[in-house]
Design a protein. Structure first.
Length: 158
């Protein structure tokens, strides 16, 4: 992770453990006041939200404990994790896709329009090590083969 991504995930964790937990607790308490819990949709929804929130807290804690902080490579000779990559499909420069090559956990720390692909994904593995203008083929989830050409890449700065 970059230091910026680590900081954003740490801030999310801090929020969830503080204000986030308090907000869900208030929802649960408010729903309890409505009476019969067995038929109280608001109560069950708030409890489900609490479960999702606690799962996210555990995920973030584990990820941040194991995280290695680094910076994107400055010597941009080839596509590597931590880079924003633009590719075109089947040689059609009008059909492009720009994405971040990195951990899917970074999705919440990036521009919402920027997809994140792991280096282990079919697309991520196909672009790893490529240079501008180089082409590769990968197999999509339906089994179809896609040819991609790297148009540009640069270190992702957040």
């Amino acid at each position: 992770l970059t230091q910026d991504a680590f900081d954003k995930l740490s801030a999310e964790l801090e929020y969830l453990k503080g204000e986030g937990r308090q907000a869900v607790s208030r929802k649960i308490a408010q729903a309890r006041e409505e009476g019969d819990l067995s038929e109280n949709g608001g109560y069950h929804a708030a409890r489900e939200e609490q479960g999702h929130q606690e799962a996210r807290i555990r995920t973030l804690e584990a990820m941040l404990r194991q995280a290695h902080i680094g910076e994107p490579p400055e010597d941009c000779q080839a596509v590597a994790p931590g880079m924003k990559v633009t590719v075109c499909y089947d040689g059609d420069e009008d059909d492009t896709d720009t994405f971040l090559l990195g951990s899917r956990e970074l999705k919440g720390t990036t521009d919402a329009a920027l997809d994140v692909y792991s280096p282990q994904s079919p697309l991520g593995a196909a672009v790893m090590g490529l240079r501008t203008g180089e082409t590769a083929t990968y197999q999509g989830p339906t089994g179809a083969e896609f040819e991609i050409t790297v148009l540009a890449f640069e270190p992702f700065t957040g």
